[in-house]
Design a protein around this ligand. Structure first.
Ligand code: DQA
Length: 144
């Protein structure tokens, strides 16, 4: 199983970024836990974070040719803005889960809109870092 984990803008600041909203766990800690989970289950995992929309789009496009079978993505603020990143996921046709650390439905109105949710296999929002773990566990068992 080949799983790609994508993190959008500002998630490199996890740990210090609004900890009351996003928790104190760092992105490296999240990725290390996911990598360990993948390793225990004999899966390959690649984790990538960018603050740039273009870099995320290019990484999704690359997934079409590198054997990626499942994507776990937290598009961060691009959730609410990026038709282009949505189109990239639609173009590659690789199943994905949308993850948010915070409960986007309990926050500002603009966070309730997502360009990704209707294409996603599922959406996890509000469970903090454990949301990523649940998504990866699902991906490990997903048949495709
Ligand atoms: C987020 C929620 C988004 O609304 C926000 O822009 C983020 C992080 C989350 O993980 O809770 O940057 O995706």
């Amino acid at each position: 199983k080949n799983i790609l984990v994508l993190h959008g803008p500002n998630l490199n600041l996890l740990g210090t970024r609004e900890p009351e909203v996003y928790g104190r766990v760092t992105l490296d800690e999240i990725n290390e836990k996911l990598m360990a989970l993948a390793g225990e289950n004999g899966a390959n995992m690649f984790c990538f974070q960018s603050n740039a929309e273009a870099a995320l789009i290019e990484r999704v496009q690359q997934a079409r040719n590198d054997g990626t079978q499942f994507i776990v993505i937290n598009p961060a603020a691009f959730t609410h803005t990026s038709v282009a990143l949505r189109d990239a996921l639609a173009a590659v046709g690789i199943p994905f889960i949308e993850v948010h650390l915070s409960n986007v439905f309990a926050r500002e109105a603009f966070r309730k809109e997502s360009f990704f949710s209707d294409l996603a296999v599922g959406v996890i929002s509000g469970l903090g870092a454990s949301g990523y773990e649940s998504a990866v566990r699902y991906a490990l068992n997903h048949k495709n």
